[in-house]
Design a protein around this ligand. Structure first.
Ligand SMILES: Cc1ncc(COP(=O)(O)O)c(C=O)c1O
Length: 482
């Protein structure tokens, strides 16, 4: 363990990872042999009849039939009927080891019964929402404040996207500046101003369809780890009214798909101080998953604002919140003109409802009490080590690394593609299909991952589920076309 109470046993060497990823992206992706792929795909025809029928029906009322960006749609999306501990079960009764983890929040394992029981108790008493203050709002804020070292005040919101949006508005309200700097590739939700430089650095408005140019006019991006680029941008912004905030995913863009140097955040903090910009940590993924103090506790770096999502409602709906310095957070005080000062307008009929707050409070209490982050991190280490051993055994170019319970496994390196590559469109389609096939092969072998390139482990994984997973990977590795 690198730091007591935190899930990481090592900090990844970002230079080595970038070099291996560049090598992976430079080559055509390795594919699964045709004959093996036909067998993997046959699973969906033979064993997933009810999912198939349901999705066909859903396509008549839902665009493309699914509503989750992280759902695997190839060859068909699966309809899930049951979730328990490390497993998901589809409507045909097939069982899968669950490494999607709903996108990250279920650190205790899926559908964790002690939390479910508490939530039901709260709903029995107060219903899911009243619109008035409830004790669990305070208890959730208190437990977050107690564990996250630099959260002085906390406000519950509806999602990570909303919390990111509020963080920017608050930073602008407090500093009086407009510009926001993010790191290219990072995901901070899908609000108008933050669909900028998504997934692949330096892509600017590439994915900003339907978003007017004015909305992203004050959003800027730097390359991952580019401290000097950040300094230059801050200098340039000084001449144009200043920078309101620099927002980072503290483990690097896309939950560390682009890992950062260990001292990157410290350098960003120093630059923010020098130029009067606020530092926002987006800890939607890292808070509580990597340890009770999140990335800020792990690095011992003070952000001015922290964005929360996912775990702050224990996997139940309405997972979002903003915390930070009391003077900055005062800009988002609710009620009718509470302070008489300009405020960053924030609302939300269902935000801070008793059900979500109770779910978050009890989940965090349990995560801390049971040392869930460390246990999930040990499971992450076991799985990542096993995968690296298999990659060596079969002499494959795939890249695997982990920060505790967040495992990256790259078979095609989609996010490392170069935006200035004239062959980008063909490569994107080609590599995407390679990842889709890999994902389909894994799913038909009983393993579900996040978008085919990330694995979240939980406290509920066991030696048996990890072995089951490694066996599934090994079977696929044996069927890679050379
Ligand atoms: C780092 C980060 N920020 C923000 C978000 C957006 O959160 P939500 O999906 O709750 O809107 C996500 C979602 O995955 C995320 O990973």
């Amino acid at each position: 363990m690198l730091k007591e109470g935190y899930s990481l046993s090592y900090w990844p060497d970002e230079k080595k990872i970038y070099a291996r990823m560049d090598h992976l992206v430079a080559r055509e992706p390795l594919r699964i042999k045709k004959k093996a792929m036909i067998e993997y795909l046959a699973y969906f025809d033979e064993k997933c009849q009810r999912s198939k029928a349901m999705i066909e029906e859903a396509r008549k009322c839902i665009p493309s039939g699914v509503q989750h960006n992280l759902a695997f749609n190839y060859p068909i999306p699966l309809a899930v009927a049951k979730a328990q501990g490390p497993y998901l079960y589809d409507v045909d009764g097939n069982r899968y080891v669950d490494y999607l983890q709903a996108g990250g929040p279920t650190l205790l394992g899926s559908n964790y019964l002690p939390i479910q029981e508490k939530v039901i108790e709260v709903i029995r008493d107060s219903g899911p929402v009243t619109g008035l203050f409830h004790e669990y709002e305070m208890k959730l804020a208190q437990i977050i404040k107690k564990n996250m070292p630099w959260v002085e005040l906390y406000r519950s919101l509806a999602s990570g996207t909303e919390a990111d949006m509020v963080a920017l508005r608050t930073a602008r309200c407090f500093t009086g500046h407009s510009k926001i700097i993010k790191v290219g590739g990072a995901y901070h939700g899908w609000s108008d101003q933050l669909v900028y430089g998504l997934h692949i650095p330096q892509t600017g408005r590439f994915e900003a369809h339907g978003i007017p140019a004015e909305c992203t006019a004050n959003t800027q991006e730097i390359l991952p780890n580019d401290v000097e680029g950040l300094r230059q941008l801050l200098i340039a912004n000084q001449k144009e009214g200043g920078t309101a905030a620099v927002i980072v995913e503290p483990f690097g863009p896309e939950s560390g798909t682009y890992p950062v140097a260990y001292d990157f955040n410290k350098q960003v903090r120093e630059l923010c101080d020098a130029f009067g910009a606020l530092l926002i940590f987006d800890e939607v993924v890292t808070a509580f998953r990597i340890g009770p103090g999140g990335a800020q506790g792990f690095f011992n770096i003070k952000p001015d604002l922290t964005v929360f999502g996912k775990i702050v409602s224990g996997g139940y709906p309405m997972a979002g919140g903003l915390g930070g310095r009391a003077d900055v957070m005062s800009c988002v005080a609710a009620g009718v003109n509470p302070s008489g000062k300009p405020r960053a307008y924030v609302g939300g009929t269902l935000s801070a409802n008793p059900m979500s707050c109770a779910a978050g409070y009890f989940a965090i209490e349990e995560i801390v009490k049971l040392d869930a982050a460390v246990k999930a991190g040990q499971n992450g280490d076991a799985l990542a080590n096993g995968l690296n051993w298999l990659i060596k055994k079969y002499d494959l170019p795939f890249v695997v690394w982990n920060t505790g319970s967040i495992i990256h496994f790259e078979v095609a390196g989609m996010m490392y593609m170069r935006f200035d590559d004239p062959d980008l469109a063909r490569k994107l389609a080609n590599n995407r299909h390679a990842v889709e096939e890999f994902g389909a092969a894994l799913t038909s072998s009983g393993v579900i991952t996040l978008a085919g390139s990330r694995i979240y482990t939980s406290m509920a994984d066991t030696d048996a589920t990890i072995q089951e997973t490694l066996d599934a990977f090994e079977h696929i590795f044996q069927n890679i076309e050379r």
